[in-house]
Design a protein around this ligand. Structure first.
Ligand SMILES: *Cc1c(COP(=O)(O)O)cnc(C)c1O
Length: 384
């Protein structure tokens, strides 16, 4: 460390130098991320509440109201007006909280969870931290959780079944309705990971897209993960965990001796109230119509991309249900294609199962970006 501090100007000049090395969403080059440019309304609300700590909510009663109201509003578009939960750091923390609630609630020794093979890797972290054995259910031919496989994996040690609404790699929606029925019959906790899908599926359904039910309108669903920092346009870090019943928060609450609240259920202690303020601001500013328009725009651009990929004779892995597209070439390996796209500065990602080029048409991607991308893809593939 330097003995004497730099001037403010020097510090910010250096910061700018580092920032220039980053990619930006604005450039349209980031095609393989579930994050996006935060909306300016969320950004301004966030910076207004930098000082507020929801780990000690008695000191920040206004911010706590913003958190509670955000939870109510999100619950209301996920099928239930009264839900319980928190605005937290992201989908990972939400999934860990849900698994912790399910495990503690069941009280079962040597607990097991059943997740689809397509589940996000955060469940591996949850399994390691909470000493849960993971059993992976197979997928059907549409890459959705196979119900028969789930039934085979169920045991008297199962503490939770997880279904995904909008899988990270392919954007698929598992058969939550069937899972809900099955879990209700067997009295097993069902968690829905809608980290990605939660801020787009409900609005596409409002627009009459033919998508299945996945939320608290299904009686077996005990908790839902939904990330405002993905399709909700909030700044990072902003996740959300919702429970049908307050008892699931209670079974994992810990006494907090010196704070203004008696007990705490979140994993993180000191936590940013800015995320709650940004979520609230965006829910109010966007309204249902704002999120519907956003969902529609992303799906229309997705359609353009899918059409272009087909025209080039490339192979779609599966028909996209949401704004995620995975494809491959019959002639070129996935890695080679990804590298050639990368050489042209397109930051695509590679899905692991099945291996494919994966593109998420997030709100920062517009038609011009996609047309430029398709032109490059044509040059790379046509004369190969
Ligand atoms: C992104 C994602 C997560 C993890 O969320 P983070 O905010 O990155 O922690 C979990 N599940 C699904 C389905 C996701 O898409």
């Amino acid at each position: 460390m330097d003995k004497q501090g730099l001037s403010r100007e020097e510090v910010f000049q250096e910061l700018q130098g580092y920032q220039k090395q980053d990619l930006t969403h604005r450039s349209g080059k980031i095609l393989g991320s579930m994050c996006t440019c935060p909306h300016e309304v969320g950004r301004d609300a966030y910076s207004m509440f930098l000082e507020s700590n929801l780990g000690d909510p008695g000191l920040f009663t206004g911010t706590q109201r913003l958190e509670n109201e955000s939870i109510d509003i999100i619950g209301s578009f996920l099928g239930l007006n009264k839900v319980f939960g928190h605005i937290i750091t992201g989908g990972t923390e939400a999934n860990i909280m849900a698994m912790r609630a399910a495990r503690n609630y069941s009280g079962i020794k040597n607990p097991e969870i059943i997740v689809p093979k397509s589940a996000h890797f955060s469940f591996k972290k949850a399994s390691d931290m909470l000493c849960l054995k993971i059993k992976e259910a197979e997928l059907d031919s549409n890459y959705k959780m196979d119900l028969g496989s789930v039934e085979e994996l169920l045991s008297d040690k199962t503490v939770a079944v997880v279904g995904v609404a909008g899988t990270t790699e392919l954007g698929k929606i598992d058969p939550i309705q069937d899972l809900s029925k099955l879990c209700q019959e067997r009295n097993i906790y069902l968690h829905v990971d809608a980290a990605f899908g939660g801020f787009i599926i409900p609005f596409l359904k409002e627009l009459d897209y033919d998508l299945p039910n996945f939320d608290f309108s299904l009686d077996g669903v005990c908790s839902i993960t939904i990330d405002p920092h993905k399709m909700g346009l909030a700044p990072i870090p902003t996740g959300c965990i919702l429970f049908r019943d307050e008892k699931y928060l209670d079974v994992m609450s810990i006494e907090t001796p010196y704070l203004t609240e008696k007990r705490q259920s979140t994993i993180v202690g000191t936590r940013s109230g800015a995320s709650a303020a940004a979520t609230w601001a965006l829910l109010k500013y966007m309204g249902k119509e704002g999120y519907m328009a956003l969902a529609k725009k992303c799906m229309e651009i997705t359609k353009t991309l899918v059409h272009g990929i087909r025209e080039l004779g490339l192979e779609l892995i599966t028909e996209p249900e949401l704004n995620i597209v995975a494809f491959k070439s019959k002639k070129m390996s996935i890695d080679e294609l990804a590298q050639k796209l990368n050489d042209r500065e397109w930051a695509v990602s590679i899905s692991s199962y099945p291996r494919a080029i994966r593109i998420i048409v997030m709100p920062h991607i517009n038609k011009e970006h996609i047309n430029k991308f398709l032109a490059d893809l044509k040059q790379i593939t046509v004369n190969y």
